[in-house]
Design a protein around this ligand. Structure first.
Ligand SMILES: [Zn+2]
Length: 343
């Protein structure tokens, strides 16, 4: 099956200056895909701008207007982490629209799976506010749009970014139709994502948080994927799997303290791919969130595409030179399985 790549140079126009979330991230990824010849194996899917109606599936109109206003006034800081340039509003429309197009290309059968290489990222953006480098919640908008357009009964969102996707959790906290599962360093920014946050009302149980201690690497992540994410996904029976793909849990990434390798990302993506094949006809969409060490980010995304294409994975960075020795994973997994009644 074809693998789609959603990309457009417009994503470079969200100018954040010296910020860690900058255009150089996408430039590093694209040049890696080009120099390895991998880009030629992908099917380019052109993004479009999300409409105001599509943004409004997740965001309040005042928030959308605020982002538009700040851009028109020349940009500026929205909070201590999040900055905009004059073009950022338009780019953010294309980031949300890129996640939508990736989803449409998979749902319409143009490609088997797809990856939206977009920025700004999205998973911290809440219905009412931008935060954590995120303006609009790309993956949440794509999920809502897919529920509406394709009348899907259930969508699973897996978020392996090192940070908790507080915005995505908030959007779907009451929803039985969208299961949100997050692995993240904890305690850490943004502070949410404890085991006890499990959803509310009709959505009770459809939020699964896996808050991991600093220092977790490939073996801890694989344990969590096999023992929690796989059985939870099987029970939920999604019709589509979306992934908030953040690569800032790589050991070389300076923003956090996790120890995942490129090989580890490949193994996680393989598990997700097999889940999609088993549960929902292979329908699988990735949307880029974090990842700030350019070498690790580019190699990890190439590894993601290699798994989707059925290629072998190369890991130019290797395993972490540090060994943290994390304890307590078994009891954490046991506690989460008990809370969520998982086999
Ligand atoms: Zn992150």
């Amino acid at each position: 099956m074809k693998v789609g790549l959603v990309y457009d140079p417009i994503y470079l126009k969200h100018d954040t200056g010296e910020h860690v979330e900058n255009a150089g991230r996408l430039e590093a990824i694209i040049s890696r895909l080009e120099e390895t010849g991998l880009g030629q194996q992908l099917t380019l899917v052109e993004p479009r701008a999300a409409s105001i109606e599509e943004l409004s599936l997740v965001h309040h109109r005042e928030h959308i207007r605020h982002i538009q206003d700040v851009a028109q006034r020349g940009g500026g800081w929205l909070d201590v982490d999040t900055v905009m340039s004059p073009d950022s509003y338009e780019v953010a429309l294309y980031a949300a629209g890129g996640a939508i197009r990736a989803t449409e290309s998979v749902m319409d059968g143009e490609v088997g799976s797809a990856f939206a290489l977009v920025r700004p990222p999205g998973h911290h953006a809440t219905p009412r506010r931008a935060m954590g480098f995120c303006l609009f919640n790309n993956i949440a908008i794509a999920a809502e749009q897919a529920l509406a357009k394709y009348k899907l009964e259930r969508i699973l969102i897996i978020d392996f970014d090192v940070h908790h996707g507080n915005g995505t959790q908030e959007v779907f906290y009451d929803s039985p139709q969208v299961m949100y599962i997050s692995t993240h360093e904890y305690p850490f920014y943004p502070g949410t994502g404890s085991v006890g946050e499990t959803g509310s009302g009709a959505g009770e149980g459809a939020t699964i948080n896996i808050p991991l201690p600093a220092g977790c690497g490939d073996s801890e992540y694989l344990q969590v994927f096999e023992q929690i994410i796989v059985p939870a996904a099987r029970r939920f029976e999604p019709r589509l799997i979306l992934v908030s793909a953040g690569y800032d849990c790589h050991w070389a990434d300076g923003i956090a303290m996790m120890q995942v390798s490129v090989t580890g990302f490949g193994q996680m993506v393989r598990i997700i791919k097999e889940l999609a094949a088993e549960l929902c006809g292979g329908r699988l969409v990735f949307s880029l969130e974090g990842g700030y060490n350019l070498k690790a980010l580019a190699a990890s995304i190439k590894a993601t595409f290699d798994i989707l294409l059925g290629n072998s994975v190369d890991d130019p960075l290797g395993q972490s030179p540090r060994s943290f020795g994390v304890s307590g994973i078994d009891s954490l997994i046991k506690a989460i399985k008990e809370i969520h009644n998982l086999p």
